[in-house]
Design a protein around this ligand. Structure first.
Ligand SMILES: [Zn+2]
Length: 251
């Protein structure tokens, strides 16, 4: 099955300027939203990320499994010395919708209020990222009234999600981020290996050793990616589940 061609009118726009234009070789790609086999709805093996990210030119990959951090932590170990930087994240199901925590030390439980979830992220020195916050077809998006109430606690807004229901909702996120003068990110939201690397922030190369490095890199970056229609993405996921069920050893 072939993904529909994105409408040029729907293409992401550049969101930040970085002074003198670096050459492509001086740039790197960051994906801040991705799932692995540690998520209940993904079977992407942790062992496949190094090669896949290399193929797609991703230098910094956040692993943001649903309510888990063990996969991200394990991948961080696997990636020592490989040149791939892994950020330990978690897509947390608060009782009022999903939030992503980045640079986490330990798992944050699901089911807390959004405010409590944010407090847990900050207590670990982490960053709060708002994923797919404006797509009404994302059942678990953060509730709009909660978002407005807690907007001052959001550190990063995902303004390109490759699996959003319509590219329009990415543009709405972009406007909201502009209004609140917040750094913007891109997320493949990959649930299959093939989707890893479908969205990224392109930014001048720099080491990402902590939250401040990341925020500076995002501010100097450009949000980019390839949107996949959700029906196509769902079909890929079903295929991936069926295929990997027959090739992976039982756990
Ligand atoms: Zn996700």
């Amino acid at each position: 099955m072939q993904a529909p061609r994105p409408d040029p009118a729907e293409a992401p726009r550049e969101v930040a300027q970085s002074g003198a234009t670096p050459t492509l070789a001086e740039m790197m790609r960051i994906d801040l939203h991705c799932h692995s086999e540690a998520s209940h709805d993904s079977r992407t093996p942790l062992s496949s990320f190094v090669q896949r990210c290399k193929t797609r030119g991703i230098s910094v990959q956040a692993i943001t499994d649903h309510n888990q951090v063990w996969g991200a932590k394990k991948l961080q170990e696997i990636c020592q010395g490989t040149g791939l930087t892994v950020i330990v994240g978690e897509e947390i199901s608060s009782s009022e919708g999903e939030l992503i925590g980045l640079f986490l030390e330990e798992k944050i439980p699901a089911g807390l209020s959004a405010k409590e979830t944010i407090a847990h992220i900050k207590a670990q020195g982490g960053l709060v990222l708002l994923p797919h916050g404006f797509d009404p077809l994302k059942r678990w998006r953060l509730r709009p009234q909660v978002l407005e109430h807690l907007s001052s606690h959001i550190d990063i807004v995902e303004t390109f999600n490759a699996r959003i229901s319509r590219p329009h909702w990415n543009r709405v996120a972009m406007r909201w981020a502009d209004q609140h003068q917040l750094p913007q990110s891109a997320g493949s939201d990959a649930h299959t290996l093939a989707q890893v690397g479908d969205a990224w922030v392109q930014t001048p190369q720099r080491p990402i050793n902590g939250p401040e490095d990341l925020l500076e890199a995002l501010r100097a970056g450009t949000v980019m990616g390839r949107w996949t229609h959700p029906v196509v993405a769902f079909a890929y996921k079903i295929w991936d589940f069926a295929h990997r069920a027959t090739t992976l050893p039982p756990t």
